[in-house]
Ligand binder design. Structure first.
Ligand code: GLU
Length: 452
C-alpha cells in the first residue's frame, strides 16, 4: 500500500444491529478503499457505555462478514479514553473546552425564551462568564461540569465529495458538548482524535452528519491536524419516507439474511439505489468495486422498498453461474448439481427454492387430478413412446416430435398434459432440462399416474 493510499473507517455504535442504510455507509467506505487500494477500519464508537453492548458489536461483525466486507483493522473507542483525555486537556489548557453547569431544564427554559423573542435557540455561553468563585460555589452544591467546545464563529467550508462546496457558519451553532458530566465522551471529539491517530484520509458517512462536520473540522484545526476529505451520502428511507433506525430494528441485515436474501443482492441494492446507476444484479461483491463514484450519489433521499430487493434477489440468482453456488448445492446434498442448476436457476426467487425443485425431481409427484379421457389416453401413449436411456437435453425434443406425429397434438395440447404429469405443476423450469434429471423410471411412473 503506498503512503498516499486512502484510509477509511466505518464507525457504528454497537447499540443495535446494522440496517440497510448502515450497510450502505459501510459499503461505500469499503468499496472506496478497494477501488483505491486503501484500507478499511471497523471502528466501534462505543463511548456510550450504557447503550453499547458486546452482543451488538459481534452482531455488526457478523453482518459485515455476511456482506463480504473484510476489515483491515479494528478499533474500539472504549479502549482509547486516554487519547481523548489528552486531547480534551489540550483544548482545556487553551480555553477551547469550557465547563458548563446548566441543567437540561435551565437550557430548555432559555431556548424557549429565545424562540419567543424570535432568536435562534443557540447556547448563550453564559458558563463562559462564570468566575472561579461562582464555579466553586456550583460545584460545592454538587453540580459536576460538562464541557463545551468553544467554536470560533467562523464559516467552515469544505468541498464535499458527494455534495460539492459546503459552508456552515459556526456562529449559527451552539458550542457542542464534548464531555458529559460523568466524564464520558460524546462521539464528536473521539471521532476526530481517532481519525487523526489512525491516518483516516476520507470520512464517508450519511448526510445526517453534515452539521457535525463543521464542528469536527473546527476540532481538527484546534488540534493542529490536517482534516480528511468528507463525503456525505444521501440516506435511505422506508417507502413511507420515514428514516431508518438501528434502535427500532428497521430493515436489519440480520432480518434480511433470515428472509433468505442473497448478500450480493442486498449489497447491490444498498449501493446502487439513489445513485446515477441502474440497479443491476452482480455475481460477487467485488463486481461493485469501482462502479459508483462518490460524485454519482444523488443529493436527495432514496426510498428502500423490499419488493425491489425481492426482484433484484431473483435477478441475482438467475444470472449466477454454477461455480458460484456449487458449495451451497453440495451442502444441501443435491445430486447432478451442474445440470440441476442449469435447469432451475431461472425459476428461483430465493436460493432455498432449490429445495422445491429438487423435491419435484426426486420425490413422488402427485398425479394430475383426473385428466380427461383424451389426455389419459395421450399420456398412456406418451409413456409407450418414451425413449430408452441414456437421456440428454435433446431427448425431450425427439420424444415430443414423435408424439406430435402420432397424436396430431401441438402447442399447449401437446405440452401441458406432459408437464402436469411429469412435474405436478402448471409451470416451472424447461422440460428439456428437467427430463434427464427426472430420469426414465420416474418419468414412466408419472406418465402412468403411478405417483412416481
Ligand atoms: N458513530 C457514528 C454513527 O454511527 C459515526 C459517524 C461517523 O462516521 O463519523 O453515526
Amino acid at each position: 500500500m503506498s503512503a498516499d493510499a486512502p484510509v477509511v473507517r466505518f464507525a457504528p455504535s454497537p447499540t443495535g444491529r446494522l440496517h440497510i442504510g448502515n450497510a450502505r455507509t459501510a459499503l461505500f467506505n469499503w468499496l472506496f478503499a478497494k477501488a483505491h487500494t486503501g484500507s478499511f477500519i471497523l471502528r466501534y464508537d462505543d463511548t456510550d457505555r450504557e447503550r453499547s453492548t458486546e452482543r451488538y458489536a459481534q452482531g455488526i461483525a457478523e453482518d459485515l462478514a455476511w456482506l463480504g466486507i473484510v476489515r483491515d483493522r479494528i478499533a474500539r473507542q472504549s479502549e482509547r479514553i486516554a487519547q481523548y483525555d489528552a486531547a480534551a486537556d489540550a483544548l482545556r489548557a487553551r480555553g477551547l473546552l469550557y465547563p458548563c453547569y446548566e441543567t437540561e431544564e435551565e437550557l430548555e427554559y432559555r431556548r424557549r425564551r429565545q424562540l419567543a423573542l424570535h432568536r435562534p435557540p443557540i447556547y448563550d455561553r453564559a458558563a463562559l462568564k462564570l468566575s472561579a468563585e461562582e464555579r466553586a460555589r456550583l460545584e460545592g452544591e454538587g453540580r459536576r461540569p460538562y464541557w463545551r467546545f468553544r467554536l470560533d464563529h467562523r464559516t467552515v467550508a469544505w468541498n464535499d465529495l458527494v455534495r460539492g462546496a459546503q459552508a456552515i457558519d459556526t456562529a449559527s451553532l451552539s458550542d457542542p458538548v464534548l464531555v458529559r458530566a460523568d466524564g464520558s465522551y460524546l462521539y464528536t471529539l473521539p471521532s476526530v482524535v481517532d481519525d487523526i491517530d489512525m491516518g483516516v484520509t476520507h470520512v464517508i458517512r450519511g448526510e445526517d452528519h453534515v452539521t457535525n462536520t463543521a464542528v469536527q473540522l473546527a476540532l481538527f484545526e484546534a488540534l493542529g491536524a490536517r482534516a480528511p476529505d468528507f463525503a456525505h451520502h444521501n440516506l435511505l428511507t422506508l417507502p413511507s419516507g420515514e428514516g431508518l433506525s438501528k434502535r427500532l430494528g428497521h430493515l436489519s441485515l440480520e432480518a434480511l439474511r433470515d428472509k433468505g436474501y442473497e448478500p450480493t443482492a442486498v449489497a447491490a441494492l444498498a449501493v446502487l439505489i439513489g445513485t446515477a446507476h441502474a440497479v443491476e444484479p452482480v455475481t460477487a461483491l467485488g463486481d461493485l468495486v469501482g462502479k459508483v463514484d462518490l460524485a454519482d450519489i444523488s443529493h436527495s433521499a432514496a426510498k428502500f422498498d423490499e419488493a425491489e430487493l425481492a426482484a433484484l434477489n431473483a435477478r441475482t440468482l438467475h444470472q449466477l453461474p454454477f461455480a458460484a453456488v456449487a458449495a451451497r448445492l453440495a451442502a444441501r446434498g443435491i445430486s447432478n448439481a451442474p445440470a440441476f442448476w442449469d435447469a432451475v436457476h431461472g425459476n428461483l426467487e430465493k436460493f432455498s427454492d432449490v429445495d422445491i425443485w429438487a423435491a419435484m425431481i426426486s420425490e413422488p409427484v402427485a398425479p394430475p387430478e383426473t385428466p380427461s379421457v383424451e389426455d389419459a389416453d395421450f399420456l398412456r401413449r406418451a409413456a409407450e413412446k418414451l425413449p430408452e436411456e441414456p437421456w440428454d437435453q435433446d431427448t425431450w425434443a425427439r420424444w415430443t416430435e414423435a408424439l406430435k406425429v402420432t397424436s396430431g397434438r401441438k402447442g399447449r395440447a401437446l405440452f401441458h398434459p406432459l408437464r402436469l404429469a411429469l412435474t405436478g405443476r402448471e409451470a416451472g423450469p424447461e422440460l428439456k432440462q428437467l427430463l434427464p434429471l427426472i430420469g426414465r423410471a420416474r418419468a414412466l411412473a408419472r406418465l402412468r399416474g403411478e405417483n412416481g
